[in-house]
Design a protein. Structure first.
Lengths: 344, 500
């Protein structure tokens, strides 16, 4: 997949400067990559079962759903906004696609069965609608995205609860089952879907006019407005993109887990934010990209998977993840400062 | 009136530099008890710097500082406050999210024995103080919900009634309406009778002459005149401020400049009765093709708001805009750009992307003209290179991060982004502020070229030199209203200052 371009972002350019200042300005791209190499080497030495082709497949499968959600979140964070509703929207979309599919008689849900393609379209429409509500709250009413999406997190959880009413649904459209849990030529479809979406996100951010606008709005929102860009339209669009990516991740996740129920995506909120930020995309906007997100996904994937291969208190794992995330945040903020100093 | 007694505040040979640039050079200043002392001078003449030294904002300076005949040094604004010195700064410094009463008592709320704030007492006393000043508001209103002028009055009231014996007011009247100015002056006179000393800085020379006992004039960091207000005139003060017959550089601007007679070229922009709260009242004008319209006024006269309305960033409360004869209602800056309006704001930071290369800064406003979906970086660089060559931007490397260019070259980039597909109307705010002479001349030449190509151009500035060197026709804006139009006649810096 597109991991080989992980250390470069679309905004880099050769500058006539010394190596020292090059390293300083590229700190946000170099540091996550070094972290990935260090973690991989550490687990490879500690456990013979880690560095195997089988296990690489495991890691790829484990990060796929996070990867799909993180594509949209990368757009949002590049604009210096945040989306806390991603996991809830993933959950409600996964539940919705099951809700519109005929369930076995023992599942006690008053649902609305329809053909598979229609169920998928309904689910996509639902997540796009929730994303649109986020977008309108942010741009038209002016609610900060942190609060707006916090409310949406609760709203989406509420819709989930009403749809399944404490039950568990198992049947979903066959296309989703294949993409979420099938494989082709030994490669899981879910990995392919994640790779395609990451590549798509990368192409949009790097080669389209919209992608440039995302970087410029994130880099200096006031200047973007004074340049005659429709900043509200761009911010609204990234909120919808984020919700739709979350929805796709949610449908795939339901197929991957084999069931649709309340609260099954809760860990994906932190994981997706961590993947984007650990990868080096700036929380202040305008710097980073899908390449960074891919490195961040691997850092998280290697860490989660590797800790299972070494003998470690499973309760300690949670703490270790927290500490790694804090370290990444420190590097993120520090890299921004270094870069600003170099640019002056 | 109080010359016989010894001054309560006396400064000798004050010098203050900011990073090698001397803002004050050997200034003497004395303030007597029960005196209103007016300070005048152009932007950057040193008035505000001197007052900030007195108020403890700038603790580092050289020279002697005597308070009540004793040598004193303030290390902070706290020290100055404790010594009975209060200052109202030019920039509003209130807490908009607190109530009116909390703002009036900021830092010394009345408390009971338990240390809890006595809200009822605070509200009552705030109401009493403000009504002495003719302000009738509910003291429990959030301050930010009040109009700016009223917020400014409340900030002034806070300092006036804080019990300070020396009060410094820096440009206090710019956002006030005439009756509010009257109330302020009545209060200042009353305080003077009670023995308070007041320093009053203003661009409005009539105001200074009406209320002051003594007037001091600053120019280029020096005190150039001190006289009793009764013995001087507005003209004399303006001449002292700009140094008529003085330095050679100033010379050209004090001579009369003949303006163009009114043009009959097509009207590109028609603004009719624009109003915005207290910032603008019924402002109407026309901008014609191939003409530079200068709009001059002091800081806070409503220029900034006007430029934002023209570019769709602010919505006017009333009035209409028409571009090329068709009425426009801009909902966003993107609407204004599509209608052919371009704006270069006064701050480069607000206009440019410092961490992005020059070519992306130049292409950002025209991307929709050169690409529909996919970017065309080679074309962007080519367009940028053409602009870099035409405007002589240095260094001529379009891949360089913008932040590595000098201020003057950055200003040229800010212009360049609008020039590949020239707009119908170009609005420039403070186009030459803070630039060296060479860069200034470059910008002036660029603007003249654009005018020759038939653009309608509006230049808004608080610097008379900028307006005089560029404009064919000049409007003077004062407290949000057009007070004078210069067209087809001779105009000079002192006439502009006199009108404003």
């Amino acid at each position: 997949m597109a991991s080989s371009d992980g250390a470069t972002t679309p905004v880099d350019h050769k500058r006539p400067r010394g190596l020292g200042s090059f390293v300083r300005s590229q700190m946000r791209n170099i540091a996550p990559f070094l972290t990935l190499i260090f973690l991989s080497a550490f687990f490879a030495i500690s456990s013979p079962s880690f560095a195997t082709l089988d296990n690489l497949g495991n890691i790829l499968t484990q990060v796929s759903v996070t990867g799909v959600i993180a594509v949209g979140l990368t757009f949002v964070i590049l604009c210096a906004e945040i989306d806390l509703s991603i996991a809830s929207i993933a959950n409600v979309t996964g539940i919705a696609v099951a809700f519109f599919t005929l369930q076995d008689s023992y599942v006690n849900i008053a649902n609305l069965p329809m053909p598979g393609w229609a169920a998928i379209l309904m689910a996509l429409a639902l997540c796009a609608l929730l994303g649109l509500v986020n977008a309108l709250g942010l741009t038209m009413i002016g609610i900060p995205s942190f609060i707006m999406t916090l409310a949406m997190m609760q709203i989406a959880a509420g819709v989930s609860a009403l749809l399944v009413r404490g039950q568990i649904a198992y049947k979903i459209p066959p296309l989703i089952t294949t993409l979420g849990s099938g494989s082709i030529g030994g490669i899981p479809w879910i990995v392919i879907v994640a790779a395609v979406m990451l590549l798509g996100g990368h192409l949009v951010l790097t080669y389209t006019r919209f992608g440039r606008y995302v970087y410029m709005v994130g880099g200096n929102r006031e200047a973007a407005e004074f340049s005659g860009l429709n900043v509200k339209l761009i911010l609204g669009s990234v909120m919808v993109i984020s919700a739709v990516c979350s929805g796709i991740g949610g449908m795939l996740g339901v197929a991957h887990f084999g069931s649709a129920q309340q609260n099954e995506f809760d860990t994906y909120l932190l994981d997706s934010i961590a993947a984007v930020v650990v990868g080096g995309t700036s929380l202040f906007g305008g710097r980073g990209g899908i390449g960074n997100t891919i490195v961040g996904l691997f850092v998280l994937g290697v860490l989660n998977n590797g800790l299972d291969h070494v003998n470690i208190d499973s309760f300690l794992k949670i703490l270790i993840r927290g500490v790694i995330l804090l370290a990444a945040l420190i590097i993120n903020v520090y890299a921004q400062r270094l870069r600003e100093r170099t640019a002056d | 009136m109080s010359q016989g007694r010894s001054p309560i505040l006396e400064l000798n040979q004050i010098t203050k530099a900011f990073g090698g640039v001397e803002a004050l050079r050997g200034v003497d200043f004395a303030l007597h008890a029960g005196e209103i002392h007016g300070l005048v001078g152009e932007n950057g003449a040193g008035k505000s710097t001197l007052m900030k030294i007195i108020a403890g904002v700038h603790p580092e300076f050289s020279g002697r500082f005597m308070l009540d005949g004793k040598e004193t040094r303030f290390r902070s604004t706290r020290d100055a406050h404790a010594a009975g010195i209060g200052m109202v700064h030019q920039e509003l410094s209130v807490a908009p999210d607190l109530t009116v009463a909390e703002n009036v008592f900021l830092g010394n709320q009345p408390t009971n024995r338990l240390g809890l704030v006595q809200w009822r007492r605070m509200a009552r006393e705030a109401r009493e103080q403000l009504s002495r000043f003719g302000i009738d508001v509910d003291p429990m209103t959030r301050l930010g919900d009040l109009p700016i002028g009223l917020q400014q009055l409340i900030e002034i009231a806070r300092v006036l009634f804080s019990g300070a014996r020396i009060i410094i007011l820096d440009e206090p009247t710019s956002a006030l309406s005439p009756p509010e100015v009257e109330r302020l002056f009545a209060t200042l006179r009353k305080l003077r009778e009670e023995g308070t000393s007041i320093v009053f800085i203003s661009h409005f020379i009539e105001d200074i002459l009406r209320v002051s006992d003594t007037v001091t004039v600053f120019r280029n960091g020096r005190k150039v005149a001190e006289t009793a207000a009764a013995d001087t005139t507005k003209i004399a003060l303006i001449e002292a401020m700009i140094g008529r017959g003085g330095e050679a550089l100033e010379h050209s601007y004090t001579e009369d400049r003949m303006l163009q007679p009114s043009s009959d070229a097509s009207v590109v922009l028609k603004a009719d009765q624009l109003s915005l709260g207290r910032n603008l009242q019924d402002v109407s004008f026309e901008a014609r093709a191939g003409e530079v319209l200068g709009i001059y006024g002091f800081m806070g006269c409503g220029q900034l708001e006007l430029s934002r309305i023209l570019f769709g960033k602010l919505k006017p409360d009333g009035g209409t805009l028409a571009v090329d004869g068709s009425a426009k209602r801009f909902r966003s800056t993107a609407d204004a750009r599509r209608a052919g309006v371009a704006l270069v704001p006064e701050s480069r930071r607000a206009m440019l992307f410092h961490q992005e290369p020059v070519y992306k800064n130049i292409s950002i406003s025209i991307l929709d003209r050169i690409s529909t979906l996919l970017l065309k970086p080679a074309r962007e660089r080519e367009i940028a290179m053409r602009q870099v060559e035409q405007l002589q931007i240095r260094p001529p490397v379009v891949g360089l991060d913008l932040g590595m260019l000098s201020g003057g070259n950055q200003q040229k980039v800010a212009l360049a982004k609008w020039l590949t597909y020239p707009p119908r109307l170009l609005v420039l705010c403070e186009p030459t502020r803070g630039m060296d002479v060479g860069a200034k001349n470059d910008v002036i030449n660029i603007v003249r070229d654009l005018r020759a190509k038939g653009l309608a151009i509006i230049v808004l500035s608080t610097e008379p030199e900028t307006v005089l060197s560029l404009a064919d026709r000049i409007l003077v804006l004062k407290r949000g209203a057009v007070v004078r139009e210069f067209v087809g006649e001779a105009v000079s810096k002192d006439r502009l200052l006199e009108a404003a």
